[in-house]
Design a protein around this ligand. Sequence first.
Ligand SMILES: [Zn+2]
Length: 216
Amino acid sequence: MGNVSNRSLNRRFLDDFDTQTKCGGEGVAVTAVSQRRFAHRLQSVDVNGMYSAGALARDSCRLDASGQSARIEWQECTLGGSRPWFLCPECGRRAGKLYELDGAYACRICHHVVYRSQYRSPGERAADRARRLRSRLGASPQLWSPIGEKPPRMHLSTFRRLRQQIHEAEEQFLDWIEEVNRQQTHDALLLEKRITHVQQLVADLMARWHEVDGGS
Ligand SMILES: [Zn+2]
């Protein structure tokens, strides 16, 4: 149960996984929430970008070639000047960005847009944390790779603390993967049971059908 050899096996598998999450950026969690609309996948317009591009009229802005537009509201800044906001065409709330979905622009609340970081699983967040801490120590971002020497001018106590935090984050990541594996095994067993059950039902029906058939 959760023994060392299992863990080292997992680690080997995880080296690939780690690379995948780094390259693909989405990893396992996204399959579970694929119906979510991720901000980075949607076309969006940024009010400040439009402003600097000189695309804002006094009270409206054209959003795309199809001629859709949004109203603009100017907010007075305490230090003078004013900054523009879109008014969401759907709800009228102020928004810095509008997202395009099925040809219509609206704020992220109306389109139920989520940022990828909000939907990262606990395991992925732990892996991110480990990589961030690793980069602070000048170590390779590859999880479980050697951390190496203390950077010059860093206190030994800081170095030890960060190194400890890296180990903890990496262990958390591993725990999460094991949990996912357990869940998948559990689901697979359940599915197998259901299939057996259905096969049994079919066999029973066939037997009864033969009985009826033979009896008539
Ligand atoms: Zn809205």
